[in-house]
Every structure is written in C-alpha cells, then in structure tokens.
Write a protein that binds this ligand. Sequence first.
Ligand code: ADP
Ligand code: TRP
Length: 324
Amino acid sequence: MPRILTGIQSSGTPHLGNLLGAILPAIELSKHNESFFFIADFHALTTVKNKEILISNTIETAAAWIACGLNTKNGNILYRQSDIPQVTELMWYLNCITPYPMLANAHSFKDKSGRLSDVNAGLFTYPVLMAADIILYNAELVPVGKDQVQHIEMTRDIATKFNHNFGETFVIPETKLDSQNMIVPGTDGNKMSKSYNNVINIFAEENVLKKQIMNIVTDSKGLAEPKDPNNCNVFQIYKLIASKEETKKMEYNYINGGFGYGHAKKALLELTISKFKNERSKFFELIQSPEIIEKELFNGAEKAKKTANKVLEKVKKNLGLVRA
Ligand code: ADP
Ligand code: TRP
C-alpha cells in the first residue's frame, strides 16, 4: 500500500481542471492507499499578495477536497503546507544541492517568468519547495496532472543526489498520471489554469458558472451549419464529464447541424450542475462553517508533523548538522 501525496496551491478556488486532473483521481487512489493531501499555501505566496484572498482560497481549496469525498477518517490526511514549516527548512538543504541550470530550464518557470510581471525568487525555487513537500513525508506515489511531471522528475533527481552524497535518506517518489493523461482545456482552448483566467469554476454560484461557460471561445458558424466537434472547446470539455451516450448524442448534434454553440453551452452548463450537484452543495455548506475545515486541517497537521520531524532529524544527522 504505497503512500500517496499531492498538493494544490491555494491560488484560487479549484476549477474543473484541478478536479478532473488532480482532486478526483487522488481521492480515488486514497480509497486504497495511505494518503497525504495538502493545501500548498507557501507556493501560493509566489502569486497571491493579499491576506484575505489567501485565507479564503485556503478554506475553499480544503472545502473542495472534502466536498469531493475525501475521507479523513480512514488514515488519509488533509493539511495546510504552512502548518508544518519544517518543509522550508528542508527546502534550504535541498537548495544547496540543486543545480542552478535545472531550475533555470524548468518549463513552468520559463512559462511563468515570460507571462508574469512579478518574477520573484519564490517562482524560481518553486520546484525545490515542491521536492521538499514530497520527500519530507516519504511519499511513494504523487498523483498530478501532466504539467507537473517535470517537477516530480526534478524531485527524483534532487532526492537521488542527496541519497548519493549523504547516504540513504529519502524515498524516491514516482509520478502517478491519471489514466487519461488529461489536460483539461480552458474556455479559450489553452490549458485551464487559475493564472490564465480561463477557468470553469465548479464551485462558483450558478450565474458565475453560466458566464464562464457562455464565454467559451468558438468559431462563428451559424446555427444551421454542421460543426466539427473535434475542433470545438465546448465539446472537448463536455466529453470529459459526459457519459458515452451523452457524448455520442452531442457529436451527432454537431455533425448534423441545426444545433448552435449556444445550445451546446447550455447543455454543458446543465450537465456540469447536475454532475457536480452533491459536491457543490457540500462545498457551499462547508464554507459557511470554516471552523469545521480548520479542525480538519489542524488534525491533519498533527499527524503529518510526526513523519516530518522524523525525516528531518535523519536529514540533519546525515548532513552533519547535529551529532550522529
Ligand atoms: P492552476 O494551473 O490552475 O494554478 P494548480 O497549478 O494549482 O492549477 O494545479 C493543481 C493540480 O491540478 C495539479 O496536479 C495540476 O496538474 C492539476 N491541473 C491544473 N490544471 C489542470 C488542467 N487544466 N488539466 C488537468 N490537470 C490540471
Ligand atoms: N505545484 C503543484 C501545482 O501547481 C502544487 C504542489 C505543490 C504539489 N507541492 C506539491 C503537487 C507536491 C504535488 C506534490 O499543481
């Protein structure tokens, strides 16, 4: 029973991409494995610079995990990254063995530094903190979306180098990609991401959700014309949550014409609301009681801390920071 671990930044409310690419597959895995799930609020600080926003993002991200069915009564834990600051201590040790070019060449850093106006050092060392997140807890399997695979590769390289230099210390983790290897497209056809402003926010009020779906970019084919489902963002998103029959029917509607993009968007909105009905109502209920969420996070941190302290003690011994 491998230990699984994954984190989601509290840089916004989890969207459809986070749900399908990370949260739901991780919860599925947690049913048969010991699981560590956390809210990466230290990572979120690289982009979020407002206290109230960070707090509400953290509560909403935790609520999303619980609303999607994470059961913390059977050995799984949910915690806030910053409740265990030992991770930043480990990050320093890892910084000192991480080659500069490895970070400078990371896809995610290149992408973010090209796009964001605030290119801070936290963005640069982001993968080292991520490595610390994983190896501080002896994680064996890390379920993530495709975009994070390089970060896990870097984690493996850093942990292997540490073990080689200082003696066996860390478990080397493996990536666990969702079977469909999916990258959920956003409303503009690029990867759905909080930082691209192209999300479908499963946990938004219905009017917001409607606006996001109605804003999905399509070509300008008229209602009567036949349409190509494989070249349409609405269909690409629809098929990720629809049943086989629903997908077939939608495909038929596209190909045969007489069915406008407005109809397709309406169908997507209805399907989203019905498919995530239970998760949405649980989420709205939970965010009304942040104390329940805080209690979950507190209990999770108490458990996670035990592993973190043990691993860190071994690290310090092996580095020569304390007497062996
Ligand atoms: P964002 O890009 O919106 O900031 P995060 O970086 O917080 O999202 O991602 C959290 C998790 O969700 C990661 O495991 C990531 O791979 C997954 N994820 C994010 N966006 C998508 C997407 N569009 N499709 C599939 N998985 C995604
Ligand atoms: N960087 C991840 C993301 O943006 C979030 C994250 C932080 C993470 N630490 C992690 C994911 C450790 C897996 C394991 O999606």
